[in-house]
Design a protein around this ligand. Structure first.
Ligand code: THU
Length: 138
């Protein structure tokens, strides 16, 4: 992804942050998922009064990508309203891993627009994967 596109994605993440539905935690998170077929899909966290039903921004963005038929992720960007840099939670690391190409980068965007990068393998070493259809055999 070019620097110009990265700038555009970061700007869009900041623009979308107020759209997060986070009346309980007050923490707004936005996420962009870049796919190998050239799409960029966005999501925000969507909380619920029944707390466990809340959705992380990463899950929203992955859902948007899969809905479009794009299931190979090359890069994930995350921004939040917190003063510190935010990395995907454990559950979202696994959700990303499901669709990540090898070496998929996670880019954490700080409030002042600084970018920190890690690969999904750094964030989720020895991640769990199944061959499609393999899980139900006994
Ligand atoms: N959150 C995300 O959207 N992504 C993460 O990776 C970490 C946490 C959301 C969930 C909840 O709505 C709020 O941040 C506070 O935990």
């Amino acid at each position: 992804m070019s620097r110009a596109n990265t700038r555009a994605i970061v700007a869009e993440l900041q623009r979308l942050l107020p759209n997060a539905h986070a009346p309980y935690s007050g923490v707004h998170v936005s996420c962009a998922v870049e796919t190998t077929d050239g799409r960029v899909c966005y999501g925000v966290n969507v909380e619920n009064a029944a707390y466990p039903q809340g959705l992380c921004a990463e899950a929203s963005a992955i859902s948007a990508a899969v809905t479009q038929g794009s299931t190979r992720i090359s890069c994930v960007y995350v921004a939040s309203s917190l003063p510190e840099t935010v990395w995907p939670c454990g559950g979202c690391r696994q959700k990303i891993f499901e669709f990540a190409q090898d070496g998929c980068e996670i880019v954490a965007v700080s409030p002042d627009g600084e970018l920190a990068r890690r690969t999904i393998e750094q964030l989720l070493p020895l991640g769990f994967r199944l061959e499609p259809g393999a899980g139900h055999r006994v």
